[in-house]
Design a protein around this ligand. Structure first.
Ligand SMILES: Cc1cc2nc3c(=O)[nH]c(=O)nc-3n(C[C@H](O)[C@H](O)[C@H](O)COP(=O)(O)OP(=O)(O)OC[C@H]3O[C@@H](n4cnc5c(N)ncnc54)[C@H](O)[C@@H]3O)c2cc1C
Ligand code: FES
Length: 269
């Protein structure tokens, strides 16, 4: 029987510094990796442990996979010290990603904060792969300060194809765009809410206030998609560590509509 916990060896091909605390790692798994946008992998840093990450790269690129990681603890700190040529393990992909067919012919509002932009970058690559399937795509991205913005090089390229609005909580003299929390960007444009879905990913507090603002604007709970995060161990529905109410974040998610989780306890923890 195949051991489901056995990771495949992957070489770190490139390390891209994004901000003082966030790096993107370009990994080349021995046997490649096929995933759907929004699914996650379990990454092993040898001698330290495992942690879940959502690929930030395009699912159409299967020989390499990219993850964008914030340095917050044991696994992520050691990973941040690793260099090109070092080896890590990958298992997965796991969970359910974004149900793209539900987005067809709709106005897709993508709302991200901080390192929560990682799965959204993968989603944007997917939407941009065949933009004609969607009526409109609007990206609203917020970070604490201009120095905390990830994927700085990509934003001008995306602006040529979709609407992009950026904000920072605290501007400096270099900042020419909006100042304020990311949800304040939602006051700056009109959207056909009845024919729109909103996809949100960011720190729990951002997801909470973004969801409430979207509901105030008239979005239905079933049209708001959230990427939920919970402490995970197995990633495959065996250990129960990731449960919210009766749902497994690893198996039933990590992407849920707000209508699926709104009655569950402590969803913004
Ligand atoms: C499905 C999923 C996808 C994820 N994708 C990404 C991603 O693309 N990029 C990224 O940077 N992170 C992502 N995370 C979060 C990432 O898994 C955690 O930051 C990582 O597990 C921390 O491990 P550590 O050993 O470095 O930290 P630890 O030493 O375990 O903990 C350090 C600190 O981080 C907190 N912490 C640990 N895990 C989490 C978590 N899951 N959520 C919030 N706080 C946590 C702890 O409470 C503690 O304060 C994702 C999590 C999930 C569940
Ligand atoms: S992480 Fe083990 S059941 Fe979800």
């Amino acid at each position: 029987m195949v051991n489901p916990y056995l990771p495949q060896e992957s070489i770190i091909e490139e390390v891209i510094p994004e901000t003082p605390t966030i790096k993107t790692f370009v990994l080349r798994p021995e046997n490649g990796l096929k995933f759907s946008t929004g699914q996650f992998i379990e990454l092993t840093v040898p001698g330290v442990g495992e942690a879940p990450f959502t690929p930030s790269s395009s699912p159409f690129q299967t020989e390499k996979v990219e993850i964008t990681v914030m340095d917050v603890g044991h696994v992520t700190h050691r990973l941040h010290q690793m260099r090109e040529g070092d080896r890590v393990g990958i298992r997965g992909p796991y969970g359910r990603g974004y149900p793209l067919e539900e987005f067809y012919n709709k106005e897709v509002l993508v709302l991200g904060g901080g390192v929560g932009f990682a799965p959204l970058r993968s989603l944007l690559f997917t939407l941009l792969h065949d933009l004609s399937k969607y009526k409109r795509v609007v990206l609203c991205y917020g970070a604490k300060t201009p120095a905390d913005i990830v994927y700085k090089g990509l934003i001008p390229q995306w602006r040529e194809k979709i609407e992009v609005l950026c904000s920072v909580d605290r501007a400096d003299e270099t900042w020419k765009e909006h100042e304020g929390v990311v949800t304040t960007l939602l006051d700056k444009f009109e959207i056909d809410i009845k024919n729109s879905v909103a996809v949100v990913c960011g720190p729990p507090v951002m997801m909470k206030f973004a969801t409430f603002k979207l509901l105030d604007l008239g979005y239905r709970p079933e049209d708001i998609y959230l990427s939920m995060e919970r402490k995970m161990y197995c990633g495959i529905g065996q250990c129960r560590h990731c449960m919210i109410g009766g749902l497994f974040v690893c198996k039933d998610g990590p992407v849920f509509t707000y209508s699926q989780v709104k009655e569950l306890p402590d969803i913004w923890a």
